[in-house]
Design a protein around this ligand. Structure first.
Ligand code: EPZ
Length: 422
């Protein structure tokens, strides 16, 4: 397994380019199952999760080609077997996103339950309950969801008890095949959901309310996309580069951003102690850390609140701030696995229920660390960039699931970081 070896404290300079959004790419790739014609995608990030998704689609019968250097994917959707096997879904919970398109297009599906992961149990009950309300027959047996549409689906009102991003995406797609109108309340407002809805609208779907908590979908026919689907910038990667600038106290220019999706992150980092300016078009950021950082109070929330996928990163930065910072995680029940690892760098962090209390400033000192999940691995790299001495982060396959060659981008900015084998 790969590991990263970092000599800190790192000095960064220059411009970094943000890759395409993982959490936009995955639902769009699964949505290609709705069509019979070849679909082109551009600016696709080079990630393990993209590889896993394409391989899963291939096992169902689709053909794909992927030019990783150009970030171009073309998929010829074909479905021989309407099954998303455990072998693939256990590697990537987003495999649950096969359920909506398979049902919408073929009326049946057998999808492995995703199982939990390091950050929580990650159930899919909201997805299944909503599908049953639309008229889908659902049985769960031997670790698989067996779903079948008998007759036709009838549009209805769906209200999610908790905002669910992939739940909203699955129902948004499934509702296209229902007769009449489906109204989704407490829908996810994430940009990834909006981009999926926009693509479907470009294909003739009648969807309103994207980006709000209430989305309305009219069932109807779809036509294939008329042009390649462009993947937008990854807002969590862009935010992670803001964190890297703060971690190293080095100004950074971050290119290919979508600043309109970063409001809560920019606000939080300005409060911590960084001057952040965007260009007129909102497609790049210039981050200039101040000499000292102030403690912060952060609570993660569904978009447009502060993203849970940035909680580990800003917690790491808070170790450098003067005073006591509070980080409250409201989305996942076990998303502080990185705290024990950060303590190995000397971080002064305590956790009670869903609140982490961080004392600072702390001089972090390099140590061997182990990644547990995608965003935690990013925060350990940030810790290594701030720490004095050598930090080795092992099990960085977690990192490669969601960040395109983060170590190469860091080396390009001047970091002393090498990838090694354990
Ligand atoms: C999406 O996961 C993202 N993944 C996650 O990003 C992100 O952390 C999460 O949304 C929250 O923003 C993708 O988009 C592929 P949820 P998702 O359903 O959809 C509970 C990353 O690092 N819940 O919005 O799986 C759930 O347990 C990943 O890129 C149920 O209880 O998350 C959680 O507490 C990590 N039952 C909360 O809702 C359900 O049926 C929000 O989960 C569904 C969710």
């Amino acid at each position: 397994m790969d590991s990263l070896i970092i000599e800190g404290p790192a000095k960064l300079s220059g411009t970094v380019t943000v890759s395409g959004s993982k959490n936009t790419t995955l639902p769009l790739l699964f949505a290609s199952l709705l069509f019979d014609k070849e679909i082109q995608f551009e600016n696709v990030p080079r990630l393990w999760d993209v590889e896993t998704t394409l391989k899963l689609l291939e096992t169902m019968g689709s053909e794909f080609s992927w030019n990783k250097d150009l970030g171009r994917v073309s998929i010829l959707p074909r479905v021989r077997v309407k099954v998303a096997p455990y072998e693939w879904v256990r590697r990537m919970r987003a495999g649950i996103l096969a359920l909506g398109p398979l049902l919408a297009k073929y009326g049946e599906a057998r999808v492995s339950l995703p199982g939990g992961c390091a950050i929580g149990a990650r159930p899919v009950n909201y997805h299944l309950e909503a599908m049953k309300r639309l008229g889908v027959g659902i049985e769960v047996e031997e670790g698989y969801i067996k779903a079948q549409i008998r007759g036709e689906l009838i549009g209805c009102d769906i209200s999610f008890p908790q905002v669910t991003v992939t739940g909203t995406e699955n129902i948004l797609i499934l509702a296209l095949s229902a007769r009449g109108t489906t109204r989704i309340s407490n829908a996810a407002r994430e940009p990834e959901v909006v981009r999926l809805g926009e693509m479907l609208r470009d294909c003739g779907a009648h969807i309103s309310g994207l980006g709000t908590s209430t989305i309305e979908v009219q069932g109807g026919e779809l036509r294939p996309p008329a042009k390649p689907i462009l993947i937008p910038s990854d807002r969590i990667e862009a935010a992670t580069w803001i964190a890297a600038s703060v971690a190293t106290r080095c100004p950074l220019t971050i290119d290919h951003t979508d600043n309109s999706a970063l409001g809560s992150v920019i606000q939080a980092y300005r409060a911590l102690g960084a001057k952040i300016e965007g260009n007129a078009r909102g497609t790049s950021l210039f981050v200039e850390p101040r000499n000292s950082y102030a403690s912060i109070e952060i609570e993660t929330a569904p978009y447009p609140g502060f993203p849970t996928d940035m909680q580990a990163q800003i917690l790491t930065n808070a170790c450098l701030a003067h005073g006591t910072s509070k980080i409250r995680e409201t989305i996942f029940e076990n998303r502080f696995m990185h705290v024990a690892e950060l303590r190995r760098l000397g971080a002064k962090v305590s956790v009670r229920r869903n609140v982490a209390t961080v004392e600072g400033p702390t001089k972090l000192v390099g140590a061997p660390l182990m990644a547990t999940d995608l965003r935690a691995s990013a925060c350990l790299v940030l810790g290594g960039l701030s720490a004095y001495g050598q930090t080795k982060v092992s099990r960085i396959y977690h990192l490669d699931r969601g960040y395109q060659r983060l170590d190469e981008k860091l080396r390009h900015l001047g970091a002393k970081i090498q990838r090694g084998q354990e």
